[in-house]
Design a binder for this molecule. Sequence first.
Ligand SMILES: [Zn+2]
Length: 399
Amino acid sequence: MTGSLLLRNVRPHAGSATDILIEKGRIARMTPNLQAPAGVAIEDGDGAIVIPGLVEAHTHLDKSLWGLPWYVNEVGPKLLDKIDNERLNKKRLDIDPARQSARQTVQSSLMGSTHIRSHVDVDTDHGLWGVEGVMRTRDAYRDIVDIEIVAFPQSGLLRRPGTLELMDQAMKAGCEIVGGLDPCAIDRDPKGHLDAVFGLCQRHGKPLDIHLHEPGEMGAFSMDLIIERTRALGMKGKVTVSHAFCLGTPDPALIDPLIEELARLDIAIMTTAPPSRPAPAVKRLLQAGVRVCSGSDGIRDTWGPYGNADMLERAMFIGQRNNFRRDDELKLGLDVCTIEGAKVMEIKNYGLTEGSGADLVLLPGESLAEAIVTRSPRRRVIKRGRIVARDGVSVRTAP
Ligand SMILES: [Zn+2]
């Protein structure tokens, strides 16, 4: 029976052992000592921890250099240096979005991600090359990962005329989310930029996920404009602000009112928990009722050499960045990479209960905290009830 499996002796969220019967890609029953129905394969969990699939809620599948020769990074320090360098060298470096996104997708699945939100560049040099490439991967690898695509004006929207029209085409072509970028710092026209991206959301009936690197007062100003438009356009629960470095400013007078509004309008925050930038305080946001997700952001691209697509490692980074030490705090970091990320991506039937989709990861370890710090490569990844990766080997290959 496709998508059917009996998982024996697994421990949901590192709790007590049980069996999980999966039928047609869904968790049908969770109770000890289940009998396998005829024709259903049995997988011995051996007491492994089982958690719902990891959620990679912010990456850039189109631009990874995974599998290409080592890229010697000599790029300038400014954001625009990185933006221009990438756009100008994309073809020369052979960063084919279809191939590269397939490579990162397989890697991501190996590490336990079952859902990916990818921002994909839309610009006047390359048009929809990126979007079309990642759409091919989205379709071809649907059996191992669900991918949603954010049309992303990486090179700016208004400073490069023609980009807005391409963004509109990208949405028509089937992107799920409208992207945006630093309304002040890149486009130097916060009102113009935000009216344009919110306009796309309205026209296509889609959510917004905007990159906001702007620091301190400038970022807070942009965020305030985002809040204003979210409220005015009735987009409560349909906006994500990625990075939001401004929320890492140690000034309660600046950030407290913003956090209150984020909670009220259910605006989500994505943080990679960066080691070198101010970053939003994860526990503070969650306690305020703000949805928080995380992601690898760019993996081995012309922006930076780091990344392995491991969201369990990302949970550790969240812990380190937020000074989480207690087991319950480490679990919060993992929540951001699982259940909280699923809330931001609005994944239906996500979780570890009867009726949920059977997107699961089996991990060795005694407790969730231990699983996070050891980050064992011995993982079993299940997508829609089928084992798609085992101990670092995927059922799929990439070109
Ligand atoms: Zn990004």
